[in-house]
Design a binder for this molecule. Structure first.
Ligand code: AVI
Length: 328
């Protein structure tokens, strides 16, 4: 990808190809085999995810949009303490949901700066253009790259109070130890009075959850396959996509929604540029993603462990999803 940026986008590190290579070799050498879902999001992957968010089965985006649409006043009021603040949006993407809150804040003439942070430079640039068009008065200071590097960068350029958004159940793509670690790391960038609004997908009818990750149109399967396509392209590999099946399984005890690519044949795959080859047995699975679902008590427990105060829990009419506001 070209390393170009709009003049006022601060570019941190490009997705690190060495790290990608290392993670792939490690994941495919292990037992069970794994690939990290953080590598889903190249250009094609991000476009497929946009399509997923519009699928009838994928309730997450719609329910969080409902929360923001119906409760925008309460949510934005809860952000506003005296003085200006930075509204930091981790993994902003196209910010479709955040824009509901941004519009409400702009309409209330609140003094704040919007700081979208995304790993994808393309996404941040597109967002910046669309915001200039849709909310011309808004102050925007985007950052791209790794979340924590971006937060570090933000420390050097602003001393404003922070309200951090981590929406869309992105937190569900972390394991519990990763969530604990993430919240602990975040705390380093906060001072007393800062706030966090985190979107959690809630436990519900297991069938509703499973079909969100195994849609009729097969877009989620494509999204999963795209990871193999990306590896083929990046490292001159020969994954044969016709020799895999997408499979998604939900465990209602652990709340873990797991996605796999299952090998339909005994096969050998070579990633030429990495001088790496490995074998897959027939029906051996590669675990590609976990999307955890939470109960309210699990959320409160995580908050307590991270020493965060739970201020409000906003839910949709079906209680499918919760946006929880925490205070440091
Ligand atoms: C980005 N993340 C919250 C999505 C999820 O629901 O875990 C990614 C996704 N995977 C399959 N469908 C959507």
């Amino acid at each position: 990808k070209p390393k170009t940026a709009l003049p006022n986008v601060t570019t941190l590190e490009e997705a690190d190809t060495n790290q990608f290579a290392q993670d792939i070799i490690q994941g495919l050498s292990g037992n069970p085999k794994t690939l990290s879902s953080k590598y889903f999001y190249d250009g094609t992957g991000s476009r497929l995810f946009q399509q997923i968010m519009d699928l009838p089965e994928y309730y997450l985006t719609r329910t969080e949009t409902e929360i923001f649409t119906r409760q925008q006043e309460a949510i934005t009021k809860a952000f506003c303490a005296p003085g200006s603040f930075d509204l930091v949006d981790l993994g902003s993407g196209d910010a479709a949901k955040t824009k509901i809150l941004l519009r409400a804040l702009v309409n209330q003439a609140v003094d704040f700066t919007y700081v979208p942070i995304d790993i994808s430079l393309d996404a941040v640039q597109e967002l910046q253009l669309s915001l200039a068009d849709e909310l011309p008065g808004l102050k925007v200071a985007p950052l791209t790259g790794d979340y924590f590097e971006a937060l570090q960068q933000l420390q050097t350029q602003s001393t404003n109070r922070k309200v951090l958004l981590f929406l869309g159940s992105n937190i569900g793509n972390f394991s519990y130890p990763e969530i604990r670690n993430f919240l602990k790391n975040l705390r380093q960038y906060f001072v007393a009075g800062d706030q966090l609004l985190i979107g959690f997908d809630l436990k519900k009818d297991p069938r509703v959850i499973r079909s969100a990750y195994d849609d009729q149109a097969g877009i989620t399967a494509e999204f999963n396959f795209n990871l193999l396509r990306r590896i083929n392209q990046t490292f001159n590999g020969n994954f044969n996509l016709n020799h895999f099946k997408h499979f998604a399984e939900y465990n209602p005890v652990s709340g873990e929604m797991k996605s796999f690519l299952v090998s339909t044949h005994n096969q050998e795959v070579t990633l030429h540029d990495l001088d790496f080859n490995f074998k897959l047995s027939a029906w051996e699975a590669i675990h590609t993603e976990s999307s955890f679902k939470f109960s309210e008590s699990q959320i409160k427990e995580l908050a307590q462990e991270a020493n965060l105060q739970t201020e409000y829990v906003y839910t949709d009419s079906q209680e499918y999803f919760a946006d929880v506001l925490f205070r440091v």
